[in-house]
Design a protein around this ligand. Structure first.
Ligand code: PMT
Length: 222
């Protein structure tokens, strides 16, 4: 198979992470995994060797993709690091920024008269920033930014702080884009400038994003 992605090793994270509080409860988010799975499927169709590190989602594995299932941010971190080195890393997962300090082994019971519960949360490791700082760094590290407001400005901040090559900003909190929806719209930001993609289906956007990634890889070799 020919094309810029043929034979490249691409690691993609997708879906939410669930951070357990006790055996009955967890902290999660609304990511369905659709965006990351669409990218994984399209990359495999283009001949890439794809490892998809998937949080807890109800989606079938795209053809030709090696899937590693995880639950928590810590497990996602481990699975992504185990999948290194690679040519391209794409962080489409909505990874929890904080996790309970320790998961309880028994169900948390409310006390008589208790009106407030304080949960102590500790920061998770930033998988994307750590991948971008690896000695054997991927040629391209691509992040996503899910924002409710000031989308481009926050995304640009993440691109710089995390040492990324490219970031795909998307609006969340509105119907018809972002979490759970079959459609989305992306603002792809890199050194070449800002490119809006969509609105379109997540599978169409996956193709457009992989075209840009292919051009970047090709440019780096030329
Ligand atoms: O799954 P869907 O329902 O299809 O929805 C798609 C999506 C909205 C989840 C996706 O398009 C998206 O925006 N994914 C990133 C969501 C997110 O968590 O963004 P963030 O701005 O909080 O994180 C920025 C980047 O850092 C992301 O690439 C994230 O994967 C990464 N990160 C964050 C925290 C952490 N501890 N480790 C990370 O790697």
């Amino acid at each position: 198979m020919s094309g810029a992605l043929a034979g490249r090793r691409i690691v993609i994270s997708a879906g939410p992470t669930f951070e357990d509080i006790d055996p009955a409860r967890f902290l999660g988010n609304r990511s369905s995994g659709k965006m990351g799975f669409a990218i994984a499927g399209e990359a495999a169709r283009r001949g890439a060797e794809v490892v998809l590190v998937a949080g807890p989602v109800h989606l079938s594995t795209p053809d030709g993709v090696r899937r590693v299932n995880v639950r928590s941010a810590a497990q996602m971190h481990q699975a992504v690091m185990d999948a290194m080195p690679c040519d391209v890393y794409i962080g489409a997962a909505a990874v929890a920024d904080f996790t309970p300090r320790a998961a309880l082994d028994r169900k948390l019971k409310k006390q008589p008269g208790q009106d407030v519960l304080l949960l102590e949360l500790v920061k998770t490791r930033d998988i994307l920033a750590e991948v971008a700082a690896l000695a054997q760094r991927p040629d391209l590290v691509v992040g996503f930014a899910a924002e409710t407001n000031d989308v481009a400005a926050y995304a640009r901040g993440k691109l710089e702080r995390k040492g990324l090559d490219m970031i795909c900003a998307n609006q969340v909190g509105l119907p018809g884009c972002g979490f759970e929806s079959d459609d989305n719209a992306l603002l792809v930001i890199d050194a070449a400038g800002d490119r809006p993609l969509g609105p379109a289906t997540k599978s169409a956007l996956a193709g457009q994003l992989l075209d840009l990634i292919g051009q970047r890889l090709h440019g780096a070799e030329a």
